[in-house]
Design a binder for this molecule. Structure first.
Ligand code: ADP
Ligand code: ADP
Length: 226
């Protein structure tokens, strides 16, 4: 279970660049939230603040009623998937997925169980012994998702995870990520500049422009917006 509360959040970068201005949002448990807007509108910055990769300049971030502004990324129960898959090239798929758990000294059979479960969900069981370079773009993206899944995070953050894929695969992976959300029953926060992606995936969509939230609504209500 994971709900988030973002209250009056600002991000000001050095040089007095206000990337995010007075961001307010209550995110429900198991919700699929999409942040959408043009390049430079503050989506990544918002996601990175939630992940703890970027300091919050002002405001409060709560995860399950716990103020996490000063909590380290690894203690936030969050996993993030990036657009560049950032897989370790010298490791196999299995090792890539197991690596984070190994660092945390998770017992071997527990690691094995979680990797096999994630591989099954993502349909990459056949590729576990391969290196990333022997995989297609879509398969690599699945491995990146797998690496996040095995950590069993309360919140999944995704920053344009499909933008490096070709159009056909992008459409297919949209459906797969929606299914993944259903299956995992966790909170997803997904960043994209692609409006179709936002409309087809989000329970609610947060429309941003110039660091400011313009609208927050369901796809249906946004579609019918005058
Ligand atoms: P988006 O994800 O919507 O493309 P970003 O959050 O990456 O937007 O960027 C929002 C604004 O903040 C942009 O004007 C960008 O140039 C600026 N910005 C992002 N990261 C930094 C940084 N590390 N230092 C200074 N400015 C930054
Ligand atoms: P994206 O399209 O994912 O937002 P960007 O090209 O905006 O990617 O940013 C890539 C990286 O560079 C990010 O880590 C971001 O924080 C950083 N960045 C973006 N704009 C600036 C900037 N004006 N000054 C310094 N770093 C920046």
């Amino acid at each position: 279970m994971a709900k988030l509360s973002l209250q009056n959040i600002y991000k000001v970068y050095p040089g007095n660049i206000t990337a995010v201005k007075d961001f307010n949002l209550e995110i429900n448990d198991k919700e699929f939230i999409v942040l959408v807007g043009p390049s430079g509108c503050g989506k990544s910055t918002t996601l990175r603040m939630i992940a703890g990769l970027e300091e919050i300049s002002q405001g409060q971030l709560y995860i399950d009623d716990r103020l996490v502004n000063d909590v380290a990324p690894k203690d936030r129960d969050i996993a993030m998937v990036f657009q560049n898959y950032a897989l370790y090239p010298h490791m196999t798929v299995y090792e890539n997925m197991a690596f984070g758990l190994k660092l945390k000294k998770t017992p071997k059979d527990e690691i094995n169980k979680r990797v096999m479960e994630a591989a099954k969900i993502l349909n990459i069981e056949e590729y576990l012994k391969r290196k990333p370079k022997a995989l297609s773009g879509g398969q690599r993206q699945r491995v990146a998702l797998g690496r996040a899944i095995v950590r069993e995070p309360k919140v999944f953050l995704m920053d344009e995870p499909l933008s490096n894929l070709d159009a056909k695969l992008r459409v297919q992976m949209r459906t797969e990520i929606s299914k993944l959300h259903q299956k995992l029953q966790t909170t997803f926060i997904y960043v994209t500049h692609d409006q179709t992606e936002a409309m087809t995936m989000g329970d609610r969509i947060v429309v941003m422009k110039d660091g400011i939230v313009q609208q927050v609504d369901t796809p249906l209500n946004l579609y019918n917006y005058p």
